[in-house]
Design a protein around this ligand. Structure first.
Ligand SMILES: C[S@@+](CC[C@H](N)C(=O)[O-])C[C@H]1O[C@@H](n2cnc3c(N)ncnc32)[C@H](O)[C@@H]1O
Length: 270
């Protein structure tokens, strides 16, 4: 079967749609990525052009396919204990201050992808605050597919390098039988993490307030005005004195936000 080519106009349509929906800014260099990822979907659906696919996903008549497109055009790379210095800082500097309070401690993994970040946070909380203590991890992503994967809490063995050996023993189970070669997050820990689909580019309804938010490796996909809006929206969910972590390659420079920088990539609400 010959390859279907995406025209510049079609690429611009998908670009505008992703910006409108997710706030994601697909640069002109992403044309071949869009063509490759959506092209496979076109072939699977037996469609003859990107224009036809655009009409399906933008018309509002097929929410399932629309979600599929969002999933395909977002980048989900993640791993356990990514950027480990954040987890050390959380353990050594942040949690000792927070766990003295009497109310439940709430932590949000705000673009959680397939859940590795959220479970890493839960392992640290169970270890440092206590497995039975009053805390919760809320985790969310725009993509329904990764949220479902995250809820299952099953990962390939070759993806678990970052988990400290002690945490592997305490919080993870080795898959057996049909799950050979996988690792499962212990159900007791899994119950402490709640996953939901949340689009950060829309009003945040009912997510509640947090002591700590990890908003990492997602801001790079937004243009400056979108980034400002999203960080402001997320920061409003922080309790006074709450902590915001962004990715090591991200910055809030020039956004003029009501946040105090504690160290590179770590901020606090006044
Ligand atoms: C590269 S992953 C980062 C995962 C994790 N935070 C980490 O640092 O490893 C980026 C995630 O952001 C999600 N994302 C992109 N735009 C979003 C939006 N508008 N709202 C919520 N999540 C979004 C993507 O679906 C993807 O799973």
């Amino acid at each position: 079967m010959s390859e279907i080519l995406i025209s510049q106009d079609e690429f611009e349509q998908f670009r505008a749609l992703m910006r409108r929906v997710a706030g994601v800014d697909l640069s002109p260099q992403k044309k071949s990525l869009v063509s490759g990822r959506l092209g496979r979907r076109l072939r699977a659906l037996g469609l003859g052009s990107f224009g036809e696919y655009y009409r399906i996903v933008s018309g509002g008549k097929d929410p399932h396919e629309y979600e599929r497109m969002v999933d395909l055009l977002t980048t989900h790379e993640t791993y356990f204990f990514r950027e480990p210095r954040h987890f050390d800082y959380l353990s050594d500097a942040v949690l000792p201050q927070l766990s003295r309070g009497s109310r439940p401690l709430r932590v949000w993994s705000a673009a959680s992808s397939s859940g590795e970040e959220a479970y890493s946070l839960a392992m640290v909380l169970a270890d440092r605050v206590g497995a039975d203590a009053h805390w919760e991890v809320f985790a969310s992503d725009i993509s329904r597919e990764v949220v479902e994967k995250a809820r299952a809490g099953v990962y390939a063995m070759n993806r678990i390098d970052g988990i400290p050996p002690d945490y592997l023993r305490r919080f993870c189970l080795r898959g057996v039988g049909s799950r050979e070669g996988t690792l499962q997050v212990d159900p007791a820990l899994r119950r402490r993490v709640r996953f939901d689909q949340v689009n950060l580019n829309e009003a945040l309804v009912g997510v509640g307030e947090f002591d700590v938010v990890f908003l990492r490796n997602v801001l790079i996909y937004f243009d400056l005005p979108t980034k400002r809006r999203i960080v402001e929206r997320v920061a409003r969910q922080l309790r006074p004195g709450g902590w915001l972590f962004i990715g090591h390659s991200e910055s809030l420079n020039g956004l003029d936000l009501a946040l105090r920088q504690e160290r590179p990539t770590v901020y606090r609400r006044s």
